[in-house]
Design a protein around this ligand. Structure first.
Ligand SMILES: O=P(O)(O)OC[C@@H](O)[C@@H](O)c1c[nH]c2ccccc12
Length: 263
């Protein structure tokens, strides 16, 4: 079994005991709590290349990246570095994150009156995870096209919209882009990393981003370490980059974020 299939199988099992029917009325109520910028608005507000900074302790491909007992410490660094959005990994088993991290981070941001929208980065399969995301203060969820059936994507995207959340559609091939576009996404990320084999190649963004229609916000994800990498992503049309490991490894990410913004 490839790694993504293994993670998805685990995720389906992990959430099984939390699954219950989720009504539109519940999602609509959640949408009323939201304040501040949406995820898409924050990306569009940046002139030049927007930066989505990820809080990630470890991953199946990189192994251990950072100890980080408290996710808000990293959120503070990212906030000071003036990133445009945050991505908080909430998967425990493979990435060492938790839903608690997301709650802590969004509490921290609102305590400091910082309007930085957060993505709940996890393997979404059921609308209950969208309820959890919205309750924890996320403004965006992730839809990994390769990992889901069409009817699951439909159900997740409908639920996200009912809850007032954006969805980042993640693709890795041209075929997956075509599939994603059927759903009318507003934000599409090209994962430069093949989640089945963990090979990373920026040429994947260079192939796929130019094929996106003008009304989507193109994001280049994974394997971006240097300002030159960011410039490559920007040059092929990315409006935003999603960066985890490179920023997690900086004692102070300010200079690197600045260089990414100017790439
Ligand atoms: O640490 P990197 O190489 O900068 O990558 C960040 C992000 O793109 C990556 O963590 C990621 C992209 N898609 C995912 C889906 C699930 C978990 C993680 C991911």
């Amino acid at each position: 079994m490839d790694k993504l299939a293994e993670i998805m199988a685990h995720k389906r099992e992990e959430i099984e005991h939390r699954i219950r029917p989720v009504r539109d009325s519940e999602l609509n109520r959640l949408s009323q709590n939201q304040t501040g910028k949406s995820f898409a608005e924050a990306l569009r507000a940046r002139r030049g290349l927007a930066v989505i900074a990820e809080i990630k302790r470890r991953s199946p491909s990189a192994g251990q990246i950072a100890e980080l007992p408290d996710a808000t410490e990293q959120a503070r660094k990212y906030q000071n570095a003036e990133v445009d959005c945050l991505s908080v990994l909430t998967d425990e088993k493979y990435f060492g994150g938790s839903l608690r991290d997301l709650w802590n981070v969004t509490d921290f941001l609102s305590d400091h009156r910082r309007d930085i929208p957060c993505l709940r980065k996890d393997f979404f399969v059921h609308p209950i995870q969208i309820v959890e995301a919205a309750e924890a203060g996320a403004r965006c969820i992730l839809i990994i096209v390769r990992a889901l059936e069409d009817d699951e994507i439909d159900r997740l995207y409908d639920a996200a919209q009912a809850a007032g959340l954006d969805a980042l559609f993640e693709v890795h091939t041209e075929r997956e882009l075509d599939r994603a576009l059927e759903f009318g996404p507003r934000i599409v990320g090209v994962n430069n990393r093949d989640l089945s084999r963990f090979v990373t190649d920026l040429a994947i963004s260079e192939l796929i981003i130019p094929q996106m229609p003008d009304d989507v916000i193109p994001v280049s994800e994974s394997g971006i370490f240097t300002p030159e990498d960011a410039a490559r992503a920007h040059a092929c049309g990315a409006q935003a980059i999603l960066v985890g490991e490179a920023l997690m490894r900086e004692e102070d990410p300010t200079d690197l974020v600045k260089a990414f913004h100017q790439a």
